[in-house]
Write a protein that binds this ligand. Structure first.
Ligand SMILES: [Zn+2]
Ligand SMILES: [Zn+2]
Length: 354
């Protein structure tokens, strides 16, 4: 089978590797159909998030069909369509035992697409607890968004809105920005999305929950949505992770700023304001207890229209095109803002039309 290997920053390559087998009693081998491109992958490839082990197969947001199971597996069968939970945890370390599985100290060597061979490949091997059967009426494309949605569900748990009337702004209309819009909307908030790229803005506007809207700038959102150029800022979800210094002094009392992007950025804030205005600055990454199951529920019930957020599906052999749609020019070794109408890009190791 083919697998997309990380070698060093800007140096990734499709390599021929042996097919996988269920060598452990509880192993499950999945023929990968779709695997989403994530900000983590862009950071690894471009060298800004240097976490991947050289030689590892990238990719962690995947769905597919079970090819092989170990003798102890009873919960799924060969031929089942499944989504993969790529976030293993040991359950024994202090982080796991204190509700922080996403920071499990023993996950090195088990993190899909980072320290364990991921799913930009014909096959992926895991164990039975980490696959979930996809109902017949749900596409494997939609199912591939379960992991990013799980990260959003986990992040949304951390936000404690003072009121459902809180003014809520989401910066960035990429997959996470739109998924936050949907999840916070289901929680009763009414987020507005801010996206500078005209192409991404147009793509997003067609895919928003009722009552929400998207604008090209904070100024435009304040004037057109709230009819007030000074409209208060109660809650911010910053998917760019670049805006804290700008936004923080403008936050309303009791407000919360959440950063979820993985970018190298050092910011300073006024700690007097932090206390005096009862502000919160929080970050969120990865899944938490049960968030994967919650996300899968939202997708299988259609509460979040996951497949509509897919903008591109490209064959594995054409991975460069998929990365380029998100501003990551692998051959040119340049990373710029996405100017295409791109949102979730799926890489398809099998048939793209499946
Ligand atoms: Zn991801
Ligand atoms: Zn642990």
């Amino acid at each position: 089978m083919k697998a997309l290997k990380y070698l060093s920053p800007w140096n990734v390559a499709l390599r021929e590797v042996p097919d996988l087998h269920a060598t452990g009693d509880d192993d499950v081998v999945v023929d990968i159909k779709f695997c989403g491109v994530c900000g983590t992958d862009l950071g690894i490839v471009s060298g800004s998030y240097p976490v991947a082990v050289p030689g590892v197969t990238l990719g962690h947001e995947a769905s597919g069909v079970i090819a092989e199971i170990g003798p102890a597996v009873t919960s799924v069968a060969v031929g089942d369509r499944v989504v993969i939970n790529p976030t293993p945890y040991c359950g024994r370390c202090r982080m796991c035992q204190t509700q922080r599985i996403n920071h499990c100290v023993n996950k090195h060597g088990t993190e899909s697409g980072v320290s364990y061979d991921g799913a930009y490949a014909g096959q992926y091997r895991t164990t039975s607890a980490f696959v979930h059967r996809v109902p017949d009426n749900v596409s494997l494309r939609a199912a591939a968004l379960t992991e990013p949605l799980s990260c959003v569900v986990a992040g949304a748990r951390k936000l404690q809105p003072p009121s459902l009337a809180a003014n809520t702004y989401i910066f960035g209309a990429g997959p996470l920005g739109l998924l936050y819009t949907w999840v916070l909307s289901l929680k009763g908030l009414t987020p507005v999305v801010i996206e500078h790229s005209p192409a991404r803005l147009e793509f997003a506007r067609d895919r928003l929950p009722d009552g929400t809207a998207a604008y090209a700038s904070l100024e435009e959102a304040r004037i057109k949505y709230f009819n007030d150029p000074q409209a208060p800022i109660d809650i911010v979800v910053d998917t760019t992770s670049m805006l804290l210094e700008d936004i923080f002094p403008q936050m309303a009392c009791g407000g919360t700023y959440m950063s979820i992007g993985l970018k190298e950025k050092v910011a300073s804030i006024d700690t007097m304001l932090l206390a005096d205005r009862s502000l919160s600055v929080i970050g969120s990454i990865d899944s938490l207890h049960g968030s994967f199951v919650e996300a899968f529920h939202l997708i299988t019930t259609g509460r979040v229209p996951a497949e509509r957020l897919v903008s591109h599906v490209v064959p594995l052999s054409d991975f460069r095109t998929g990365f380029a749609a998100l501003g990551c020019d692998i051959d040119g070794q340049r990373f710029g803002p996405a100017d295409q109408a791109s949102c979730k890009v799926l890489i398809a190791p099998g048939d793209v039309d499946e």
